[in-house]
Design a protein around this ligand. Structure first.
Ligand code: G5P
Ligand code: MG
Length: 220
């Protein structure tokens, strides 16, 4: 199964991407997580991306395409993946088409998570994340079992630098300008599945799975 999760900051790409990855036995490839891991480790990729990520701007398309070319070439992605946070612009989506063509692979579905702006802002300003495994929590709707600790790996939870209200608003504007055009891009290719993403986490997972099954049946 080859999936793309599309949606505004806070729409649930990381949360639902992790669940879908486990459900289908495929790696979740989250470009934001890869960049933050590089920032924490001080790699050239992370150092170059740090200011852009922290201020809510996009990292350059050629940098992201090089990253994703390498990642999709790894053995664990050979039979499927769920992309979370990539592509994020028309040039990235066109680049992904070329990468997949060279690999002889095709996307099965692009899931767009639809969540109203006021909910996105409320979610992100109450989010904590695990710097170890990428698990995501919400102080109100999805708290960890032990305050401040990741349920899955026990690592101390952190608040992302880009989750202040001002930076969240900037990220939402960047999403509208650069990423929202991908909705029409993938709709015109018959790949788009729109899912209402405002329910509980299990409800949204169920709606995504139904959407994927419908899309795969239609694509046969
Ligand atoms: P990221 O890391 O890709 P964003 O801004 O796209 O960051 P973000 O903030 O990670 O997206 P998300 O993954 O969509 O949001 O949402 P989430 O973390 O799963 O959930 C948000 C909150 O809602 C959590 O508290 C969660 O518990 C709750 N929640 C989730 N799902 C549900 C649900 O179904 N129901 C309910 N009730 N609650 C839910 O990118 C960061 C930066 O990296 C760079 C850019 O600088 C970017 O700003 N970057 C790239 N730059 C260029 N190109 C790319 N391809 C790039 N990728 C990353
Ligand atoms: Mg995320």
């Amino acid at each position: 199964m080859r999936l793309v999760l599309l949606g505004a900051p806070g729409s649930g790409k990381g949360t639902q991407g992790g669940l879908l990855g486990r459900r289908f036995g495929i790696p979740q490839i989250a470009t934001g997580d890869i960049l933050r891991a590089g920032m924490a480790a001080g790699t050239p990729l992370g150092t170059g991306a740090r200011d852009l990520v922290n201020e809510g701007s996009l990292v350059a398309d050629d940098v992201m395409l090089e990253l994703i070319t390498g990642r999709l070439g790894q053995a664990d992605a050979a039979s499927g993946f769920v992309l979370d946070g990539f592509p994020r612009s028309i040039p990235q989506a066109e680049g992904l088409d070329l990468i997949l063509k060279k690999l002889g692979a095709k996307l099965d579905a692009v899931i767009k998570l639809d969540v109203p702006k006021r909910v996105l802002i409320a979610r992100l300003t109450k989010r904590t994340s695990c710097p170890g495994c990428g698990s995501v929590y919400n102080l109100f709707s999805n708290p960890p079992a032990v305050a401040g600790k990741c349920d899955r790996c026990g690592v101390g939870l952190v608040t992302r630098v880009d989750d202040t209200e001002a930076t969240v608003r900037k990220r939402l504007n960047v999403y509208q300008a650069s990423t929202a055009p991908l909705i029409d891009f993938y709709d015109s290719r018959g790949l788009l599945v729109i899912v209402h993403g405002e329910g509980t986490i299990p409800d949204v997972t169920g709606a995504i799975e139904r959407g994927i099954r419908g899309r795969v049946r239609e694509g046969r």
